[in-house]
Design a protein around this ligand. Structure first.
Ligand code: FRU
Length: 498
């Protein structure tokens, strides 16, 4: 115990110290995306807004820079942009690792954990993982706004005798005044729903799946209600989860017992069509009128442990606000970085308007930390787009192919790619994106070793990691096989959040 306490305290003081000093300046360290000060991180966990703070818990290894000893790391933010590191919230205990889960603010004290008026319990429900033995759902609670945690003394709260039963997400279902949980039967490729009056006793409701992408195990489900774009007061339900190593979503209805989609199609809808977006979940207990907001893990299990970053490993995506829109006959998830990210725009580096390009044009900027917004009108047959980390043959290309009407990201030339054979293989990703009035609008958030691309108001998003050389900091726009009109282009330098 004493050794643990020592490690724990030294980790924390190192983390706070590191935040101000050299660590946050290392090569590849994103400057406006969340990363742990040191050590390994995977899924976001327990995203909850509570008493003016956005909590971000995350899968964390307090002992090293690869997956293991899973515990819940912890950070808080007042604006979803700047984060303060806190000590490990829920540590691994003996043979039991703390896997992914949820956190809710129990404002009606349904759990009865608050014994004095004025206290609102924060309740975490997560998977207790004992290697090769079991996965069961456990509960821990905090009576001091997440600073210290007490593991419930009658855990597990849910045990179906399975080794593949994990990642509970819980939310309050107001129409029936009850809690609803979704959790996966990972190898059966099913999401199971439960309900509860007190967060402790859970009754099964229904199952969803297998459906859509059933290639990998199903992980990290989340069910939430979102506004329909342009139709005030109308909402739909979205079931989103992670069929390894990517994500998918379904849009439908939830009646408090079962989630149902409209007619089944073969098409797979993904919150992100790039290589590096996984395990995203949404914030619980957000204030009324706040947008539904998600965060995902920017990595891919095919090579995650070996990415060449140190002493930390893995970043979170920018928080995204979510809604849905019917495009032709299909419901599509729309995602945009939350508004607050705009506050990081430092100075405008470039602005172009009404130009035509043919071939490659180098912009007068050198940066790997920027937001680039472009509206481009390609002529028929053209292939056009943007290259980042350009200049030395190591660029990552974000392009649009008018013939196939697809948007792609290609990182096959990034400078450092031989750290894992899978990274070398997983280089090009694409998705269909119809032009909008003959134009394509891209919002590109580029942060050292991460790029997030939001196309046409967030109808499609692609997130990818790249590992450029120090001198790979040019930005180019291009149009081949025909010219393209640059309706507008703006590039801002982005501030660091650390
Ligand atoms: C998803 C996942 C979860 C699990 C956690 C363990 O990335 O595999 O299913 O709870 O990571 O770290």
């Amino acid at each position: 115990m004493r050794v643990f306490l020592f490690l724990y305290l030294s980790w924390f003081s190192l983390a706070s110290f590191a935040q101000d000093l050299v660590f946050y300046k290392e090569k590849y360290r994103p400057q406006f995306h969340f990363t742990p000060a040191i050590h390994w991180m995977n899924d976001p966990n327990g995203l909850v807004y509570h008493k003016g703070e956005y909590h971000l818990f995350y899968q964390f290894n307090p002992m090293g820079n690869r997956w293991g000893h899973m515990s819940w790391g912890h950070a808080v933010s007042k604006d979803l942009v700047h984060w303060q590191h806190l000590p490990v919230a829920i540590p691994e205990e003996k043979d039991t690792m703390i896997f992914s889960g949820t956190c809710v603010s129990d404002i009606h004290n349904t759990s009865g954990f608050a014994k004095t008026p004025g206290i609102t319990p924060l309740v975490a429900i997560y998977t207790a993982h004992i290697e090769n033995v079991s996965q069961t759902q456990h509960l821990a609670y905090s009576l001091d706004d997440g600073r210290t945690w007490i593991k419930y003394n009658r855990n597990p709260i849910l045990d179906i005798g399975s080794k593949e039963f994990r990642d509970p997400q819980v939310f309050w279902y107001e129409p029936q005044k009850k809690w609803v949980m979704c959790v996966v039967l990972a190898t059966d490729k099913k999401v199971r729903f439960y309900s509860s009056a007190n967060l402790i006793q859970w009754q099964p409701l229904s199952d969803f799946g297998p459906a859509g992408d059933v290639n990998g195990v199903w992980e990290c489900p989340d069910l939430f209600e979102v506004p329909v774009e342009g139709e005030p007061r109308k909402t739909k339900w979205v079931l989103m989860h992670s069929p390894a190593p990517y994500m998918q979503y379904f849009v439908g209805e939830f009646d408090g017992a079962a989630f149902k989609t409209g007619k089944a199609t073969d098409k797979i809808f993904r919150p992100d069509y790039g290589p590096d977006y996984y395990a995203a979940i949404t914030y619980k207990n957000l204030p009324v009128r706040s947008p539904v907001t998600s965060i995902g893990w920017v990595n891919n299990w095919n090579y995650a442990n070996d990415i060449p970053t140190s002493p930390w490993k893995s970043a979170m995506s920018l928080p995204r606000k979510l809604s849905v829109k019917k495009i032709n006959t299909e419901w599509v998830l729309l995602q945009q970085p939350v508004e607050a990210i705009r506050s990081l725009r430092e100075k405008q580096l470039v602005q172009l308007k009404g130009q035509t390009i043919s071939g490659v044009k180098r912009l007068p900027v050198s940066t790997r930390q920027c937001e680039l917004n472009i509206t481009i009108q390609p002529s028929d047959g053209a292939n056009c787009g943007v290259r980042l980390a350009a200049g030395n043959g190591h660029e990552i290309e974000i392009g649009y192919n008018t013939v196939t009407q697809t948007l792609y990201i290609d990182r096959s030339k990034t400078a450092h790619r031989s750290f894992h054979a899978n990274f070398e293989k997983l280089t090009r990703y694409e998705t269909a994106v119809p032009l909008n009035n003959k134009t394509l609008t891209l919002s590109v958030l580029f942060d050292q070793s991460i790029v997030e691309v939001f196309a046409n108001n967030g109808e499609a998003v692609l997130t990818a990691q790249l590992f450029p050389d120090e001198k790979d900091n040019g930005i180019e726009i291009f149009s081949h096989k025909g010219s393209s009109g640059i309706v507008s282009l703006r590039v801002w330098k982005m501030k660091s959040i650390w």
